[in-house]
Design a binder for this molecule. Structure first.
Ligand code: ARG
Length: 463
C-alpha cells in the first residue's frame, strides 16, 4: 500500500493503512457517533479557550467555531458522511471540519488529545443521562404518590416470605417504593456531584506545555472545576461505573415492583388491573391479558447489571493512563442508559394507569389470620401476658380456627376462653383489619395518618 492510504490524522509515521480486520476491531464510529453533540460542544469550548489565550488566532478560533456549527447541523440533519476509516467520532468531526474550513481545522487539536477529548465527551453524555434518569425517577415517584394518596387507607395483606403476615395499607406499600426510588435519586445526585470535574486539557496523559486555561473550558462545559491530575483524568471511568451501579440498584427496585405487579395482576390475586395500554394479548388464548411491560422491566436488570460488571472487568487490570480497552466502555453504558430510561417510563405509565381492586385487597387482607399479631399484642396489653406466652395462646387459637376452616373473628368468646380463661369480649375490637392498620401509628408505620404524613413530606421534597 502507498503512504496515501495510511491515516490522515496520524499517518506521518505509517507506510501502510490498516488491514480490514484491524479497521473492524478498531473503529468505534458505529457507536460513538452518539457522542457527536458532546464532541462538538467540547471542541467549541476548547477552540474558544485556544483563541482567548492567544494559542491560536481569534480569527482561526472563529472559523473553527462556525465550522463546528455547520458540522453539528449536518449531523442533526442526518447528512453527515460518517466514515469507518476515520475510526471514531473525534476524527470524523475533525476531518469534516477540515473539508469545510481548510487548514484552520488542523489547529483545533493543539494542546489536546483524543484521550482527554473522549473522557470529556463521555462524561458530558453520562451527565445528561443522570439528569434524564433523575427526571424519570421523579415522574415515577409522582405517579406513586398519586396512587398512595388515593389509597392511603385501603387495606391489603402485607407479606413476609410471600405468606400473609399483617394487614398494611395500599398507600404504605406504594410509599415503600417511593423510599427506594428516593434513594436512587440521591445516588444519581451524588454521582453527578462527584463526577463533575473536567478532564479536558489533561491532553494525552501529562498535561501540556501550551498556556491553556482549564478553568475556562471547565466552566464553559458546566463542570465545577478541572480535574486535578492529568493521568487520572484520562484514565478515569468511575463516573460511568457509578452511573451503572446507581442504574443497577434502581433497575433492581423496578424489577421487584414489576414482579409484584405480575403477581398482583394474576387471576389468583386480582389486586390490580393493569391498563390495556400497558398489557398485551395472546395470539392463541383469547382470554389472556399479559403484563408484558412489567415482565420486561423485571428482566432489564440483567443487561444493566451486566453492563456494570462488564465495565468493571474492562477497567480492573488497566495500567495508567489511557488504554484502548477503554473504548469498550461506551456500548455498555449506552445500552444500560437506554434500557433504564425505557424501564422508568414504562413503569411510570403502568403505575399511572393501574387501578387497585379495593374489594379484592380488603378480602385478602382479612384472610390468612392476618390479625394474629394484633391478638397477641392485645393479650400483652389487656391481660399483661409476657409476649412469648401471648404468642403461644394466639398460636393455639389460630390452630383452632384453621381446624374449623374459619378466621379468627369467627371464633366465639367461649372458644377463646377455652384457650385462656381471662380473655374478654374486648378482644374482638382488635381482630378487624381496619383497626389493625389504624393502630400501627409508630413513626413510619402503616396507619393511614402516618402514610399521609409521609406523602406530604415527599410532596414538599419534590416541590
Ligand atoms: N475511540 C477512542 C475511545 O473511545 C478514542 C480515544 C482514542 N485514543 C487513542 N489514543 N487511540 O476510547
Amino acid at each position: 500500500m502507498t503512504k496515501d492510504s495510511s491515516n490522515a490524522m496520524w499517518g506521518g509515521r505509517f507506510a501502510a493503512g490498516p488491514d480490514a480486520i484491524m479497521e473492524a476491531i478498531n473503529a468505534s464510529i458505529g457507536f460513538d457517533k452518539r457522542l457527536a453533540a458532546q464532541d462538538i460542544q467540547g471542541s467549541r469550548a476548547h477552540a474558544a479557550m485556544l483563541g482567548s489565550t492567544g494559542i491560536i488566532t481569534s480569527s482561526d478560533a472563529e472559523t473553527i467555531r462556525e465550522g463546528l456549527l455547520t458540522v453539528l447541523s449536518e449531523i442533526d440533519g442526518g447528512e453527515f458522511p460518517f466514515s469507518t476509516a476515520l475510526e471514531d467520532i473525534h476524527m470524523n468531526v475533525e476531518a469534516r471540519l477540515k473539508a469545510l474550513i481548510g487548514d484552520a481545522a488542523g489547529r483545533l487539536h493543539t494542546a489536546r488529545s483524543r484521550n482527554d477529548q473522549v473522557a470529556t465527551d463521555f462524561k458530558l453524555w453520562v451527565r445528561d443521562q443522570i439528569d434524564a434518569a433523575m427526571g424519570g425517577l421523579k415522574a415515577l415517584i409522582r405517579a406513586l404518590l398519586t396512587q398512595a394518596e388515593a389509597g392511603a387507607h385501603w387495606v391489603m395483606p402485607g407479606f413476609t416470605h410471600l405468606q400473609t403476615a399483617q394487614p398494611v395499607t395500599w398507600g404504605h406499600h406504594m410509599m415503600a417504593y417511593v423510599e427506594m426510588l428516593g434513594r436512587d435519586l440521591s445516588r444519581f445526585r451524588d454521582a453527578r456531584a462527584r463526577m463533575n470535574e473536567c478532564p479536558l486539557g489533561a491532553a494525552a496523559l501529562a498535561g501540556t506545555s501550551f498556556p491553556i486555561d482549564r478553568h475556562m473550558t471547565a466552566e464553559a462545559l458546566g463542570f465545577d472545576r478541572p480535574s486535578a491530575n492529568s493521568l487520572d483524568a484520562v484514565s478515569d471511568r468511575d463516573f460511568a461505573l457509578e452511573f451503572l451501579s446507581a442504574a443497577s440498584i434502581c433497575a433492581m427496585h423496578l424489577s421487584r415492583f414489576a414482579e409484584e405487579l405480575v403477581i398482583w395482576s394474576s387471576a389468583q390475586f386480582r389486586f390490580v388491573t393493569l391498563s390495556d395500554r400497558f398489557s398485551t394479548g395472546s395470539s392463541i388464548m383469547p382470554q389472556k391479558k399479559n403484563p408484558d411491560a412489567a415482565e420486561l422491566i423485571r428482566a432489564k436488570i440483567g443487561r444493566i447489571f451486566g453492563a456494570n460488571v462488564a465495565l468493571m472487568m474492562v477497567m480492573k487490570g488497566l495500567p495508567l493512563a489511557y488504554s484502548k480497552d477503554m473504548q469498550e466502555d461506551k456500548e455498555q453504558v449506552f445500552d444500560a442508559a437506554d434500557n433504564l430510561m425505557l424501564a422508568l417510563a414504562a413503569m411510570e405509565g403502568m403505575v399511572r394507569d393501574m387501578s387497585a381492586n379495593v374489594d379484592a385487597l380488603a378480602a385478602a387482607a382479612a384472610s390468612g389470620f392476618s390479625t394474629a399479631t394484633d391478638l397477641a399484642d392485645w393479650l400483652v396489653r389487656a391481660l399483661d401476658l409476657p409476649f412469648r406466652d401471648a404468642h403461644h395462646v394466639t398460636g393455639s387459637l389460630v390452630a383452632m380456627a384453621e381446624a374449623r376452616g374459619c378466621d379468627l373473628p369467627d371464633l366465639t368468646l367461649a372458644d377463646m376462653q377455652s384457650v385462656h380463661g381471662a380473655i374478654t369480649e374486648d378482644v374482638f375490637g382488635v381482630l378487624g383489619v381496619a383497626n389493625s392498620v389504624a393502630s400501627r401509628t409508630s413513626y413510619g408505620g402503616t396507619a393511614p395518618d402516618q402514610v399521609r404524613a409521609q406523602i406530604a413530606r415527599w410532596k414538599e421534597k419534590l416541590g
